[in-house]
Design a binder for this molecule. Structure first.
Ligand SMILES: *Cc1c(COP(=O)(O)O)cnc(C)c1O
Length: 421
């Protein structure tokens, strides 16, 4: 498609947008009396309007039924989380029994490492990307230390090449090869939070498995943003938060994926609690743990129903739209934003550079030469919500659910004015 940097062109794209009706289904913050242009769905997704109804339903059931709500609410609480597994399984390319919802992301990764990082004398190394999201770095370092090892020996980072802003798959594969039979675990962010790069998850998973390691993915920036086929890719485990592209609300519950080959087996240890026990025998309060034959076996506590309610509301929208339609719009919308940025770059003296590689979801990370922070503040004042990362990067995530082509055009005009000042 031949893009044009005009309002008419942007509006004509919106007119033919299969998802155009979904913009009204979200609440927007206001700046100067107008809806903001929201580029931070990669940090906290907007609130779906139906989320309030779902939360109110639980509040009403609690008021009217109290403890009976566990079994007699319209959506009973004791298995509320099961309603999320099926739509989520479609989003991540899994079987519903491979998916569960519980806790928060870093907590779940710790729990999953109980199962999938069990180092021995020979096999003890973890491979990850350099400068992983800080929580992931702390997670890996503390896990390694917990096992009496030194992070300096046990954590192997794949580096970017000098002068490049992205990781090369060949370098990841070479590193896996190099670590060889010392490799216990590969754990990488499927989409990097900083440069927006999508890792070649299928290839890297295959290589890690071939080396005899477990392979897991942190999908915080991938879920709801890029195509995932966790089951077909033979991934061992994965976890993600839901408040970014999944629009579930601040700090909300995390999802996990456990490959079906580890379900219903005693070969893999885990930390257990009563909600991982089979439903039929749970309330017999027997001393012996009788695990559910699904990823729910990793559930420890009874689910936080009030938080799951807005997550379920959001999943209803994903269910209606489907990942294919979302990904279709995302490709065009992001390409349009890239085009607009390049147009602005031609019109003002070149002051920035897109560091996101071609393998991307909806995020474009823009490195600003010079006064980056001032531009970020100016954009905020103009009602353009972006996100600032040191040393000089603005991240723009035009999420297909609720961003329009017109937003991209208007953003370009605002940015141009700011840079010309
Ligand atoms: C957002 C994000 C997290 C957040 O972790 P929480 O436990 O939900 O606070 C962790 N890892 C990555 C890669 C992220 O992008």
């Amino acid at each position: 498609m031949q893009f044009k940097n005009t309002l008419e062109f942007a509006q004509s794209l919106d007119k033919h947008d299969a998802l155009k009706g979904y913009r009204q289904k979200f609440n927007y913050p206001q700046v100067n009396g107008k809806d903001v242009i929201y580029f931070t769905g990669n940090s906290l997704g907007l609130q779906p309007k139906i989320a309030t109804d779902y939360v109110d339903d639980v509040m009403k059931d609690w008021a009217q039924l109290a403890v009976e709500g566990h079994f007699y609410a319209e959506k009973p609480w004791w298995d509320y989380h099961e309603r999320l597994a099926k739509p989520l399984a479609k989003v991540v390319g899994a079987k519903p029994e491979e998916v569960s919802v519980m806790n928060t992301l870093t907590v779940n990764l710790h729990f999953l490492l109980v199962s999938f990082y069990r180092p021995n004398k020979k096999r003890f190394k973890i491979l990850c990307e350099e400068k992983a999201f800080p929580s992931d770095q702390y997670l890996l370092q503390s896990q390694v230390r917990f096992h009496g090892l030194d992070p300096k020996d046990a954590i192997v980072e794949v580096k970017k090449r000098d002068g490049e802003h992205f990781w090369r798959t060949e370098d990841v594969l070479a590193k896996i090869d190099e670590v060889g039979d010392e490799l216990a675990l590969v754990l990488i962010g499927g989409v990097n939070y900083y440069n927006g790069q999508v890792f070649e998850m299928e290839k890297i998973t295959a290589a890690g498995k071939k080396a005899g390691a477990f392979v897991g993915w942190d999908l915080a920036h991938a879920v709801g943003n890029v195509a995932l086929h966790l089951h077909d890719w033979n991934v061992d485990f994965a976890a993600w938060c839901s408040y970014k592209y999944m629009n579930s609300g601040p700090g909300n519950a995390s999802g996990i994926f456990v490959n079906e080959k580890y379900l219903n087996t005693k070969a893999i240890p885990r930390f257990e609690g009563w909600w991982g026990n089979k439903k039929e025998t749970r309330f017999l309060m027997e001393p012996e743990f009788d695990p559910i034959a699904t990823a729910d076996a990793w559930q420890v506590s009874n689910p936080p129903v009030l938080s799951l309610a807005p997550y379920l509301a959001s999943l209803q929208l994903f269910e209606e739209v489907g990942m294919d339609a979302l990904l279709n719009k995302q490709k065009t919308l992001t390409a349009y934003l890239e085009f607009i940025l390049n147009e602005v770059d031609k019109q003002v003296e070149s002051t920035f550079e897109i560091i996101t590689p071609e393998a991307r979801g909806c995020q474009l990370s823009v490195f600003l030469h010079g006064e980056g922070r001032a531009i970020f503040d100016y954009l905020m004042e103009e009602g353009v919500i972006t996100d600032w990362r040191e040393p000089n990067v603005i991240r723009l995530a035009p999420t297909p659910f609720y961003c329009s082509y017109e937003d991209m055009f208007r953003f370009g005009e605002i940015l141009k004015r700011g840079l010309q000042r």
